[in-house]
Design a protein around this ligand. Structure first.
Ligand SMILES: NC(=O)C1=CN([C@@H]2O[C@H](COP(=O)(O)OP(=O)(O)OC[C@H]3O[C@@H](n4cnc5c(N)ncnc54)[C@H](OP(=O)(O)O)[C@@H]3O)[C@@H](O)[C@H]2O)C=CC1
Ligand SMILES: Nc1nc(=O)c2c([nH]1)NC[C@@H]1CN(c3ccc(C(=O)N[C@@H](CCC(=O)O)C(=O)O)cc3)C=[N+]21
Length: 301
């Protein structure tokens, strides 16, 4: 989809491109040195919900020179079987990073599965140890979407110190890490969720509004402060007026763009940056694994 050349759109493409160039350079160097990076994607059962994400991961990984392997397990896999498979990948030196695509079937406890991924291979930053590092402001393996969203806000040039920010949605993978990253930047952060009495009342006070809920057109123009920056993280698939499937965010972009000073398009906003940060995290993970390998088996020079 082409977007109007409008400064109100905070496009993800240029930021993603910058990150991808850096990743491709690092991947080529590591490969030449005998350490080819490889990312393994785990999906369990119905892969439809994560289809776009996995497709883009494969395409971008190949473009950057990172190996990509998709492991799709049947929906009736037990948690113990999945953990065993993950332990195998933890022990496999050819696997650099592991991402468990969400959602997984209800009978699989996602927290336990994320904890099974070795922290050195946790490219999504979802192991409890990785998530904990965010509280300490150690951010080199931060959850990809949260890092991508904050990176886009920075593109506005707004000073994050003291900025009034509202985050709608408080999932472990998106909303909560966004709140932590923003706190580290000095913003004043309010987090809304389904029990919040009036999301609108909070949202209207925000200089920057992050939305990660999964409900098309949840945020309308009257919920946005004039001049605000709106970061739309939602990725929802719906049937458009032409009968074709399309991707929309959580923000009613047509009306909100008349009020906001900046708005991220969907598609073309946060999504592409998320993928490039996942690949960047893969290279960070590789560097850490190489450092450990060197410390363990290397000879003193
Ligand atoms: N662009 C990207 O790179 C990515 C996009 N996404 C997209 O972001 C969206 C959110 O994903 P994710 O966080 O995983 O989803 P979850 O379903 O895990 O979380 C949704 C959150 O929204 C809250 N919520 C639900 N209804 C409301 C409401 N009416 N008002 C305020 N808050 C509400 C929920 O609160 P409670 O828990 O209290 O019910 C919950 O915290 C999805 O559309 C997903 O596809 C996700 C990852 C990456
Ligand atoms: N463990 C886990 N981590 C996730 O981060 C995660 C997940 N599971 N499950 C599914 C959701 C959804 N999600 C997307 C990320 C990028 C695009 C993306 O690249 N979007 C392009 C789409 C372009 C196109 O249409 O091809 C864009 O917005 O421009 C889409 C969807 C990550 N999620």
């Amino acid at each position: 989809m082409s977007l109007p050349d409008d400064t109100r759109y905070l496009k993800g493409g240029p930021v993603a491109k910058r990150i991808m160039a850096e990743v491709a350079r690092d991947a080529a160097k590591a490969t030449a040195e005998g350490f080819p990076p490889k990312l393994v994607s785990i999906t369990v059962g119905d892969v439809e919900a994560v289809g776009v994400y996995v497709r883009n991961q494969r395409a971008k990984a190949e473009q950057a020179g990172i190996g990509f392997e998709e492991r799709n397990f049947p929906a009736d896999l037990t948690a113990a079987e999945l953990e065993a498979a993950i332990h195998g990948m933890n022990a496999d030196p050819r696997v650099t990073g592991i991402i468990i695509q969400r959602p997984v079937p209800r009978h699989i406890p996602i927290k336990a599965i994320q904890a099974a991924v070795h922290p050195l291979k946790d490219v999504e930053g979802m192991h409890p140890a990785s998530i904990g590092n965010i509280v300490y402001n150690e951010l080199d393996l931060a959850p990809c979407t949260a890092a991508a969203s904050v990176e886009l806000l920075k593109e506005t040039g707004l000073d994050l110190k003291g900025l009034e920010v509202v985050v709608v949605g408080h999932s472990e993978i998106v909303g909560k890490p966004i709140a932590f990253l923003l706190m580290s930047e000095g913003a004043t952060v309010t987090v809304c969720h389904h029990m919040t009495r009036s999301v609108a009342a909070h949202a209207r006070r925000a200089d920057a509004l992050f939305v990660a809920v999964g409900k098309p057109r949840l945020i309308k123009a009257d919920m946005v402060k004039p001049g605000a920056a709106v970061i739309d993280i939602g990725i929802n698939t719906e049937t458009g007026p032409d009968g074709k499937e399309r991707i929309v965010g959580d923000v009613d972009t047509d009306s909100v763009k008349e009020v906001a000073s900046w708005i991220t398009p969907v598609p073309g906003g946060v999504g592409p940056i998320t993928v490039s940060i996942l690949l960047r995290n893969t290279m960070v993970a590789l560097a850490r694994q190489r450092a450990l390998y060197q410390a363990t088996y290397g000879t003193a020079e």
